[in-house]
Design a protein. Structure first.
Length: 178
């Protein structure tokens, strides 16, 4: 009987050394020797992500993407229209020249009617004429100086060609003499 008791103690000692690596037993040990101690309560780990804030961030990101895409489509639309207007404006210049040079009053009336209709179509497309008057100060953003006289002090002396805007952008600057 003593032999069995001694064998049991040896087995338990080997088990303890094996489990604890010859270190003192820890609280996490669940062997018979430490079974009287209750294991510590299990607490769930804290989440590493705040899913609500991530969802809000992604929703805002999607809204910004949609807005940028709408802006890109609108810019492409405006660019296409401005190119069409740039192709049409020289025709309008030719009509202005025809009105100025035609001597027959009945022909002149027909060309002026065509001019008004043409201008109405361009205004309907969104084009606007850049207002330029003789005596206005020269602005390089909306005027193109074709000839300059040093005595005019950067004032417009003569307007040679009208300028146009579309969607707030200058499609063609007005050609002037200063």
């Amino acid at each position: 009987m003593e032999e069995t008791k001694k064998e049991n103690e040896d087995t338990l000692l080997r088990h303890t050394r094996k489990v604890h690596n010859e270190k003192p037993p820890s609280r996490d040990c669940h062997c018979e020797e430490h079974s009287d101690k209750a294991p510590p309560p299990v607490t769930p780990p804290k989440p590493t992500h705040d899913w609500e804030s991530i969802a809000k961030y992604k929703a805002a990101e999607l809204d910004n993407y949609i807005r940028r895409q709408k802006d890109a489509v609108q810019n492409a639309y405006n660019e296409g229209r401005s190119r069409v207007i740039m192709e049409i404006v020289p025709i309008l210049d030719s009509i202005y020249e025809a009105v100025r040079t035609v001597l027959n009053p009945s022909d002149r009336q027909g060309i002026e009617m065509l001019q008004r209709k043409f201008e109405a179509v361009l205004v309907h497309l969104g084009m606007e004429e850049i207002p330029v008057k003789v005596g206005d100060p020269f602005d390089p953003h909306i005027h193109n100086c074709a000839m300059a006289d040093p005595n005019t002090q950067n004032k417009i002396v003569e307007v040679w060609q009208k300028g146009y805007r579309y969607a707030g952008r200058v499609v063609r600057p007005a050609t002037v003499k200063i």
